[in-house]
Design a protein around this ligand. Sequence first.
Ligand code: PXP
Length: 240
Amino acid sequence: MRLGVNIDHIATLRSQRGTPYPDPVDAVPIVELAGADGITCHIRIDRRHITERDVRLIREITKTSLNIELCTDPDIVSFVCGVKPNHACLVPEREGEQTTEGGLDILTHREEIKKTIGVLKDAGIQVTLFIEPNESIMETAKQLGADAIELNTKAYCEASDNPLDNGREIEKLKRASIAAYEVGLEVHAGHSLGYHNLKGILSVPYIVELNIGHSIISRAVFTGLEEAVKRMLKLMGKNI
Ligand code: PXP
């Protein structure tokens, strides 16, 4: 199972004061040398954390794999096509939201998503769809042309304190993961994952990649980024 470290929150800290530091670009070699498998960042329409300058430099120095999260806005899609990350993860975006609020509605926005997947794939980029753990939409995700899906783990993480809800959310993730695997999609998972709730996710079959940001960057404030990444890799059972 691969670990992609989302470095947006380093840029969030920078935005809060309008300073040139801390620079998310500086995080890339630290995260990679700690053993992570990839770098993830989200370029939002409002550019409130990651900017074009960041993405260009991050692309230049990333030696592992770069995954950019984006919505279907044509200007952002065109920018990302020019940058050529290894993966692009399509997410919904609502103005003013604190973080991504849920998975894409791939049934309602079918045509728009299909078109965007085509544009990204023509640029040689592998495309992931960030969706809810709903087994009934995996066939559609495949038909739209996605290579992978990222299962939204937010509901599971929010249910972490309640064993009943927790068990139900894990079952949902398991069914969704199996359905995705069976139609030939690679399965990723992410959102709100942390050191305290990782264990349940490890019981979900077929997940080959986790994308984790907030918990790692938060821990790094106390322990440093290298330790925070290594600790997560250790919990994932990776030999580092
Ligand atoms: N995956 C997706 C699609 C996201 O939008 C985010 C948040 O930017 C993450 C993973 C990482 O979430 P967190 O920061 O809560 O670990």
